[in-house]
Ligand binder design. Sequence first.
Ligand code: F0G
Length: 363
Amino acid sequence: MAHQWRGVIAEYAERLPEHVQRRVITLGEGGTPLVPAPALSALTGADVFLKVEGMNPTASFKDRGMTTAISSAAGRGAKVVVCASTGNTSASAAAYATAAGMICAVLVPDGKIAMGKLSQAIAHGARLLQVDGNFDDCLVAARKLAEAYPVELVNSVNPDRIEGQKTGAFEVVDALGDAPDIHALPVGNAGNITAYWKGYREYAGLDAGSSLPPVATRTPAMWGFQAAGSAPIVLGHPVTEPETIATAIRIGNPASWQQAIDARDTSGGLIEAVTDEQILVAHRILSSQVGVFVEPASAAGVAGILALAAQGRVPAGARIVVTVTGHGLKDPQWALRTADGSEVTTMRVSADVVAIADALELG
Ligand code: F0G
């Protein structure tokens, strides 16, 4: 019988609030592949899988929470939504708002978002403003705008976003048959670590007030990784001028800070920092050894498990799922540099089969 994945609200209806289901706006998000990564298993001595979130409709994990946030807003008759963003949230909000017939306002840090994401928001018709400030400044302004004007905030401080994003954890358990030992992921504004932890707890029957039977027998340790130049949770204080090449997680004062600490501590996990160099090495290993092309921020989780493995802190044979959060095509410039930072050059040849075979060193 014909079947197509219906998007996370329809697929997980019984585990999502009723108010997001009154007027469902979906682009078919979720149902992303959980890909075994033998190259990473070999490097870490663990059993590593990647949850490839670049396979979502706007090519990042944000779509899971945007279907619920925009559906909820649509159900209440909202006409305008706003978000602050390092890029992916704006691309997703713009697409879902368009599907809902709404206006989408976007505040992004001037000059600090990747070109692919900027193009997406513009292509989907967002009213995009480049703000003189960083992401944290944009979020403060977006919150104030939503308080003072008839505009719905669709950042992950909106609980409807977390509800949708928790389905990532459900899918991991559905694919593996139980929770992994460790779940690793990048941490920026800390919505996703909050959402995965909520999803894992609910599937293990640990949330108060649910009458649904548990699906998992356990929960994983949550391992979060921030970029070293933007690591407020690791440092224990906000960073006023966050810096990293991983612009998606260039955030100095995460909105879900406390929830991230709770996820870390109640799961027996950790939140640590990885350098830009470690991120770029992981980015390269993912593309050239695993076959998965991600944007730099998305490589932070992989950089983290590699760093911990090098320190002997990854338990042998542990089952580890790493969420790779966004597609490499969003910020492709990083593929065009070699490990030492120089520009990659490509060969030019005449359209002659012998010349081509020679260039390919096939002769
Ligand atoms: N990875 C990517 C590719 C992201 O875009 C983000 C966040 C994260 C990881 C971190 O997730 O914020 O839930 O801890 N991007 C937001 C945005 C801030 O505006 O697109 P988080």
